[in-house]
Structures are given as C-alpha cells and as structure tokens.
Design a protein around this ligand. Structure first.
Ligand code: RM4
Ligand code: MN
Length: 384
C-alpha cells in the first residue's frame, strides 16, 4: 500500500498544558505570549495544526482548563479549525489527596475524587469528546503506610462507577506510572495493573502508554505489541526521557525507540484509524518555545511513523521465517536509516502546506503577535 495514504490519515493530539508555563520543582520560567486561558491555549494548538496538518485535536486537563461553558469552548475550537480531544482528569492537586484520591483510606475523599472523574464525563458530553484519560498519583511512600490490596479494591470500585457512567461512543483510558509522586508503591505502577483493571471493566476501557512512565531499559515496544494484540492499547502519551518522567519532546532522547514503538504500531494495525489508538503528546516545554516545541514533536512522530511504514514487511517475513537474524535486523535498520524528510516535505506540499512547518511558523509572525497582545492577566501553568 502507498504509505502516503497512511501518513495522511495519521492524527496526533496536542495537550493544552504544553502551551502553558511549566518547569521543575526548582523553577518555572515564564515565557512571553503564554496563554492566559483555555481559549488562548486552543488558539496556539490551532497553529500547530495549521503548519503540520495532522494535529486537529487538543486534550484538555480539568481543572486547569475549567470554563463555564464547555459547549462554547468546543465551538471556539471548531472556529479555530481544531476539536476537543481527550479529557484528562486531575486528582493530584488538592490538599485532600495527600494520601491518595480514589484509593484514599477515607471514603469522603474517595467520593470527592470519583465525583471529579464523573464531572470529566459530563465535560466529555458537553464538548463531544470520546476519551477520558485517567492518571492517578495515588501510592505510598512507606511500607505499611496503607493496605496495598485494599487500595486495589477501592481503585476497582471507583473505576467501575466511572465506567458505568460512560455514554455511547465514549471510552476510558487508564494510564500507569512507575513512581512519582509516590516513592515506595504506586497503585497503578505498570501496564499489567492497568491492563488487569481494564480487562475487568470491559471493551471500552483501555491502557494508555505514556512513554516516560517506565523504568530505564523497559522494552516499551513489547508492551505496545502485547496490548495491541489484546485490543487494549488505547493510545499513547508521547514524550521522551533521559532519567525519569522528563516530559521532553518525543523522539528527542531516543528516536530509535520511537521508531521501534511505531514499528509495533504498524505491525499490529494501530495506524488504522478504526483501531482507536490515540497518538497524544504529553509534554512540557520548560526552556524551549512551546508552539515550535509542539510542531517539532508532531514532526518527530510523523518521521518515526514514515520510517516504520518503510519497513519491507515481505523481506522481513522471509528473513524471520528462515532464521536470518542479521538479514531481519538489516531490514529494520534500512528503514530506520532512511531520510524520510524529503518524502514528508513533498507530502505537505501536495496537501497545500509549507514543506517546512518550523520555518513557516517562525515566518508567520504569530509569536510576535501573541507576545505583544497577551500582556496582563495570569499566564496559564500547572495549577492555573
Ligand atoms: C502525569 C501524567 C498525565 C498528565 C499529567 C500532567 O504524569 O502523565 O498524563 O496529565 O502528568
Ligand atoms: Mn501522561
């Protein structure tokens, strides 16, 4: 099949929080022109779509993107040429959640957390979003602090209540993360735990793989292959990491790993829009400009996808079945070592886009405009 067809059909979702200020626990460096509200975040996201042509949806994070009128926000997005993507819940920034949210030992706190998740489904209804993305910071810092098993029961109970609230065409994605902010035991630490919960919930619960949420050296492409085979890969939170959950630009730290992941996506049919695999970014641009950071990230995913599509599957199958270890590996490396940038540039030109999205954005003057216009008010950031 002509790989350009698949490349044209690929969609990558950008996160509203990538456009706001961010940093580490040491310092947040504010940048000029940063959005003051969700409407401005959507405007910035629309720029990424305008120059890449493949980023038409924006994930929201509640309460960071709380507004009075969600249907109005969705309308605003449509006017800008984008749509609302996954609704991300946030049960990690309230004093009540010190000892957990849906796994908290106190039923009152669990109720409050679950109610927030249900509110996120209401927001899905209002915005037309089909995806609820759940990440829990819940966990323990010290052995004996709480009952590990009871916390799994509480988690299952909350998940099943939320699952029951989902409407037609809506699904729930459960994210896992090895550690942080909990340092001893996390309640959803790995894909196996997320998978087991999703399996019990039903078809409309799937696992989301945040590429920054594993121990160093973890073979993420194996997880991708396994989940896809089981119909349980809901999507990705793409980013890259050198040490922990660094939230750097996807494909920056390890483009070869991104290629290997995309190879398994292609192999498992995950590029087919009907597979439901969502390609989302979950990144923070702490020191680099944000809109170009997103454009670069979208392009990195696109390049890795193009390389994965170039793998000569027939030659690979022959090499694999004949036990040709070096030949099989060479098929993959040939694809990885192909410069796909000219192909993607001409693909863009064919669809009326500038072949160089980074340069086109820089030339557009958008940054100068927002830097001049967005003065006063409170810039968006974590906790805003
Ligand atoms: C978490 C997780 C979630 C994201 C937040 C901001 O580590 O990756 O997906 O919404 O960070
Ligand atoms: Mn994530």
């Amino acid at each position: 099949m002509d790989i350009t067809v698949q490349l044209r059909a690929q969609r990558i979702e950008t996160p509203s929080w990538a456009y706001g200020n961010s940093g580490t626990r040491f310092k947040v460096f504010a940048q000029p022109g940063v959005p003051r509200d969700p409407y401005e975040k959507l405007a910035d996201a629309a720029q990424v779509h305008r120059y890449t042509g493949i980023a038409p949806t924006v994930a929201l994070h509640i309460p960071w993107d709380r507004v009075d009128d969600y249907a109005g926000l969705a309308r605003h997005a449509r006017e800008l040429g984008v749509g609302i993507g996954a609704i991300n819940s946030n049960v990690f920034q309230d004093d009540d959640y010190k000892l957990g949210s849906v796994t908290h030992p106190d039923a009152r706190v669990r109720r409050k957390a679950t109610d927030h998740l249900l509110e996120c489904v209401d927001i899905m209804d209002a915005t037309g979003s089909g995806t609820l993305k759940l990440w829990f910071s819940d966990g323990l810092n010290y052995p004996g602090q709480d009952d590990i098993r009871a916390r799994q029961d509480r988690l299952a109970e909350a998940l099943s209540e939320v699952y029951g609230r989902l409407g037609e065409g809506q699904r729930l994605l459960l994210e896992y993360k090895l550690f942080e902010p909990a340092f001893y035991a996390t309640d959803v630490p790995d894909w196996g735990t997320a998978y087991a919960h999703c399996l019990r919930l039903g078809d409309r619960a799937q696992v989301v793989v945040d590429t920054g949420h594993h121990a160093p050296g973890t073979n993420i492409e194996f997880i991708v292959a396994f989940l896809l085979r089981e119909g349980k890969l809901g999507g990705f939170d793409f980013n890259s990491r050198f040490y922990a959950d660094d939230d750097l630009m996807v494909g920056a730290a390890d483009p070869f790993q991104l290629f290997r992941i995309m190879c398994e996506v292609v192999r498992g049919g995950g590029l087919d829009p009907r597979s439901g695999v969502a390609f989302m970014l979950d990144q923070c641009h702490n020191i680099e400009p944000k809109i170009p950071g997103q454009i670069r990230s979208v392009m990195n995913v696109q390049e890795a996808t193009a390389k994965a599509l170039l793998v000569d599957r027939a030659a690979l199958a022959v090499a694999q079945s004949s036990g040709d270890v070096l030949g099989a590996n060479a098929v993959l490396m040939d694809a990885y070592n192909t410069d796909v940038r000219p192909l993607l540039a001409s693909l863009r030109e064919e669809t009326g886009l500038d072949p160089d999205p980074m340069a086109a954005y820089a030339r557009s003057g958008y940054f100068e405009t927002i830097a001049a216009e967005r003065v006063g008010g409170a810039q968006a950031g974590w906790g805003a």
